[in-house]
Design a protein around this ligand. Structure first.
Ligand SMILES: [Zn+2]
Length: 136
């Protein structure tokens, strides 16, 4: 038993292993397999195999730098999506009292009162001055 364990450790040494992108890819492949079996579309199963093959390739890859860069890119996209949902949730929650305006220079969200009409703002992050018209 120790021989098998040692052989596995030898095989896995230097390999990239699992990260968040691989976990999401595996979940995506699983969902594709389930969807393919429910709605009887064979293309989904083929797509699931491609996703699984890519996940296995990433797990056993020895190119750590490239895999880490891919994972970081994925994390940034995930963060943007999550922040977009959080902002929408905040906008709905504070719709009666506040407005959220995006700085045209750096993209920072500025929370302000819902007072209507043209108004000037100075971004707290990049100090850009800009004017916007709050209509609703
Ligand atoms: Zn700014």
């Amino acid at each position: 038993m120790n021989k098998i364990k040692a052989a596995m450790a030898q095989f896995m040494s230097g390999r990239y292993g699992m990260d968040q992108l691989n976990k999401i890819l595996m979940i995506a492949a699983f969902i594709l397999i389930l969807a393919g079996s429910f709605i009887q579309v064979p293309v989904l199963n083929s797509l699931a195999l491609v996703v699984l093959a890519y996940t296995i390739f990433r797990t056993y890859s020895r190119n750590h730098r490239k895999r880490t860069a891919e994972n970081q890119r994925f994390q940034r996209i995930l963060k943007k999506i999550r922040n977009s949902f959080l902002l929408t949730k905040l906008r709905i929650k504070e719709a009666g009292t506040h407005r959220h305006i995006k700085c045209p220079q750096c993209g920072v969200i500025i929370r302000t009162s819902k007072e209507r009409g043209p108004r000037r703002f100075t971004c707290p992050k990049c100090k850009t001055e800009f004017e916007t018209n709050i209509r609703v």
